[in-house]
Design a protein around this ligand. Sequence first.
Ligand SMILES: Nc1nc2c(ncn2[C@@H]2O[C@H](COP(=O)(O)O[C@H]3[C@@H](O)[C@H](n4cnc5c(=O)[nH]c(N)nc54)O[C@@H]3COP(=O)(O)O)[C@@H](O)[C@H]2O)c(=O)[nH]1
Length: 763
Amino acid sequence: MAHLKRYNDGLVKLDLWIRRLLTVGDEEALHTALCDGACDIVRAETAAFTTIDLPGGSITYRGASGSWHQMMQGVTTPLKRGNLFSSLAACGTPLRADHLSMLSRGSFELFQIMEMDTALLVPLLEEGRVTGCLSAFRIGYPFDQIDEQILQQYAHSASMVLRTSSLMKDLRQQAMALEDEVTERSRAELKLEEANAFLHSVVSGVAEPLVVIGPDRRVIMTNRAAKNFFQLDGDAKGAYCYNVVRGLDVPCVMEEGTPCPLEEVRNSGETMLSTLHHRTRDGEHRVVEIMASPLVGPDGSISGIIESLRDITARKEAEKTIRQMAYYDALTGLPNRRLFNDRLRQSLALARRHKRLLAVMFLDLDRFKLINDTLGHALGDQLLMAVTKRLKECCRRDGDTVARQGGDEFIINLSAVTDVKDAVKVAQKIIESFKKSFQISGHELFITTSIGISIFPYDGRNAEELIKNADFAMYRAKEHGRNNYQLYTPEMNTKAVERLSLENSLRKAIEREEFVLHYQPKVNVEHGQISCMEALVRWQHPTLGVVPPARFIPLAEETGLIVPLGEWVLRTACRQNKEWQDIGYPPMQIAVNLSPRQLQPGKTVAMVEAALRDSRLDPHWLVLEITESVLMAGDEATVEIFRYLERLGVQIAIDDFGIGYSSLYYLKKFPVHTLKIDRSFIRDIASNPDDEAITSAVISMAHGLNLKVVAEGVETVDQLEVLRSLKCRYMQGYLFSRPMPADQVVPMFGRAAESCLNFCRWC
Ligand SMILES: Nc1nc2c(ncn2[C@@H]2O[C@H](COP(=O)(O)O[C@H]3[C@@H](O)[C@H](n4cnc5c(=O)[nH]c(N)nc54)O[C@@H]3COP(=O)(O)O)[C@@H](O)[C@H]2O)c(=O)[nH]1
């Protein structure tokens, strides 16, 4: 969807730029505008336009964006074998170069001095021959397939504009030559004819509908595309523009909200853009974008306008769909969480201004999972739709919003309550309405709901607090035997309810895709390279925001939910590492934390094998991090799991080493490859000789056992210097990088890693 949007946005910009190019008269200005357009369309730092003279074996720089233009314009160089231009001329298709700094000198001509990282070159063709090249450049991130397609289309359309412009130049030159031979009068007539003929040829050659309108609002000329678009019988010459373009009987100015392009352009002298709704003769509704540009007469005055039209009905539909998907729940059509939060914030602003109450209700269907699991998801979906209908019937007032929070949870905003009793009445009405059975595909289903209510301003000052407290109240309703409502009270905010609420959300979080992985590098400080990325899970809770792992991992372990969660982490991390390798980033290991609860004979090995198989990641690139407690509790079956994994090629690291009093015996028994020294020893290492001595001993011992050592939690240069003096080669910590989402890791490798990672300053 993001690609589609980017592609559409690119096309919209492309269209605007082509229209703009059509209005540029001067050739040099046209070349610069062409490059500015390329920069804008594919979000490039700079762009350049060169012509290629294949028979003559040379290239000439015609234009570039920004300050490069002055330096390059007019420079001609021979077309050397093996440089990018000769490759482009030979293949006639776009070229992408992602590491310009790695190209040999001379292979990229003048562009080398621009010090750009990546380039996209597209050919300009004339009758199938490469006659020029449009190049765009970026710093940092490479061009992709979408950029390539859009820039190629732009180059294709622009080459027609360039040809038209050169034709016009020829015409002007011919007119000048004739000037000496004809009389003053015939010369003027000739010019006028030529101008008209030229206007005609330009107008009729353009693929988009064009209408030329005179100062009296009458149509002077239409092209073929316009005739087709407006289903005109003739060329509409002499007809009123508002009649042809808008289907109005009166001038646009007389219709509210529809400015007259002719008036606007005449007043401002500038090009104007407007959108109008057009009904075709067949009664079809189309959305049309109009660009009105001034038609300048021989005396410099504006004698009319050229309207260029574009049917944007499909784009508007696509935008509507995107909006629908972003703000509405696909199954029930109800507002989703995002839209609900927006509306709630607006209602709160009004409630504050008018000193009114407002109620938030949190509903959870009781034992819905049972119906879903026994009768199937399709039936469960139908039930959710029927529930939606009933909820809407109970909340009909203006300003009420019923939204789907996700799964079997709904949330309601009653924005106009004068008394707490009003909210209670609505809750009772909902509970009452659920007493009637739901008829779904021949089944008679009974379902109840538990409702929590919070009231503004008593139970929260903002949307987040009100939703959270309504959620707590809903859990109290569940505790009270379900099928009832509860008003929030501050006592509900107890640890027990909070824990119950968190546990319930945790159960739903995986299927709702609320988890994401962040990645933190482990650095080899000898070379300044990343040797491994540790995957660390983050939970984006819909109402609590980001919940730190320290708060939910212990709960996940207690409830056993760590097993499916840990499997998701493992699969996602393996897939991500393979993706990075496939893109071509320097290969590195991926480390995944394994909880003791995940160690189950038979199951653990099968889970790791499946994650590796499905991601196609070589086992050597996977490290499993376990804590010392696993070592110490490890029975023979656990040891066997790790021996098997080692045989596969997977490596094992001991996390938080040093705090669990594990003995050397366990290190010998387990197939361990890496020790990660706990950050509690690193924190004061630069000032506490005991910590330094312990760390030194662990490093020497690990090296003696042929194990890698990683120091965790390195935050300062002083810590780094001490660790380096102790011959610790691998480090991890905020000094180098905090854990970050995958899309922030990519640019780190997109550029030369050495130049953009902070740690290199100290390596
Ligand atoms: N079983 C699983 N456990 C997991 C998973 N994801 C995380 N965790 C464990 O949760 C604990 C807390 O993790 P987190 O909040 O992500 O903290 C990590 C780093 O952000 C933090 N860190 C890293 N560098 C520094 C630093 O310089 N200073 C500082 N104060 N903190 C730093 O350390 C955490 C990483 O620790 P470790 O795993 O020991 O390397 C934590 O115990 C995680 O293991 C999961 O998917 N499964």
